[in-house]
Each structure stands twice: as C-alpha cells, then as structure tokens.
Design a protein around this ligand. Structure first.
Ligand code: ADP
Length: 171
C-alpha cells in the first residue's frame, strides 16, 4: 500500500475514487462538499437524492457511493464526519468510521486508488492534528486499497500530514 499527501483541490485529483466530506442530508453544502458538487455536475446530486429517498440520508461515520459525474474520478464516496464538540461525544470513533467505511466501500467497487480530504477539519472544527492521526492510523489498520492520497487544501493540514507521513515511513 502506498500512502502520500498532496496539497490542492480534490476535484482535480485523478484517482478511482474521491471522498467527499458530506453532511447527513446528502444535499450538498459548503467547503469540499460544495466544490465536489460544483465541479462534478448535477448527476452526483441526483444520485444523492435517490439514496436519501431510499435510506434517509447518511449517518455520521457512515458512507455512501455515487458515480463521479464530470470529475476525473470514477466514483465519489460521501461520508459524514463528526462535528467536534469537545471530544467526549464519540467524535474520534465516528471520524475513524468515516475512513474505515470509505475504504471498505471503495474495495467493494474494486478501487485501486482513493483520495481523501481532511474530513471534519473545516466547518466541523475537528482539531487538525488529532484528525490526521486518526486518518493515517485507520488507513494503516486497513491496508486494502493499493494507493491512498490525502489531499490537503490548507497549509496547516498539509504541514501536519507531511510530518506524520514522514514519521510513518521512518517507522
Ligand atoms: P467538514 O464539514 O467535514 O469540516 P469542510 O469541507 O468544511 O468539511 O472541510 C474539510 C476539509 O476540506 C478542510 O480541511 C478544508 O480545508 C478542505 N477543503 C475545502 N475545499 C476543498 C477542496 N476543494 N479540495 C480539498 N479539500 C478541501
């Protein structure tokens, strides 16, 4: 398994699957969610609405899949990160579930590569270093996809991931 981080816009990344930090409504929102729906076109939202009508949205920590619409990726996995609320409300376990459930779903769709944004570290206010540790550890515990790319948008996340992945290679 190869793990790396890049800085940039996840909608431009060529991977079999990109992951969206969605919300429970699956109807789109701000941040990376807004960027994915804007770049991916309306079919992604139409598929999200179908899923919502069938199962009533997506719970925190769970993941659903749509096609990639106009994006370079074949599929988009929509997972719902946990809102940081001090840390004693199961936030860490729920964020871990986002990564493990996304990996499982990606494997079921025969993905060889998957790109993750820094789930929960924007509007949901999860501490960035803590979130990155959970992300990298969960990937290490579930080495089922050949290539994992962390796409960091802001400088702080990119710095945190570079440091963490460097340590990971050393260990
Ligand atoms: P959440 O609600 O899960 O916190 P956000 O979209 O607010 O989701 O933020 C999650 C992360 O996505 C943040 O680190 C933010 O900097 C990043 N982000 C925002 N736009 C993009 C983009 N186009 N590509 C990749 N990451 C993005």
């Amino acid at each position: 398994m190869k793990i790396r981080c890049v800085q940039g816009d996840i909608t431009k990344v060529t991977a079999d699957i990109i992951v969206n930090a969605a919300n429970t409504s699956l109807l789109g929102g701000g941040g990376v969610d807004g960027a994915i729906h804007k770049a991916g076109g309306k079919t992604i939202l139409e598929e999200c609405i179908k899923i919502r009508n069938k199962q009533g949205g997506c719970k925190t920590g769970e993941a659903v899949i749509t096609t990639g619409g106009l994006l370079p990726a074949k599929y988009v996995i929509h997972t719902v990160g946990s809102v940081w609320n001090g840390g004693s409300n199961n936030e860490e376990e729920l964020l871990k579930n986002c990564y493990s459930n996304s990996l499982k779903l990606a494997k079921e769709h025969n993905a060889k590569s998957i790109a993750f944004p820094n789930i929960s570290t924007g509007i949901y206010k999860f501490p960035k270093e803590k979130a990155a540790l959970i992300a990298v550890n969960t990937i290490k515990e579930n080495p089922i996809i050949d290539e994992v790319i962390f796409v960091c948008y802001d400088d702080e996340n990119y710095g945190v991931y570079k440091k963490l992945l460097y340590m990971f290679v050393m260990i």
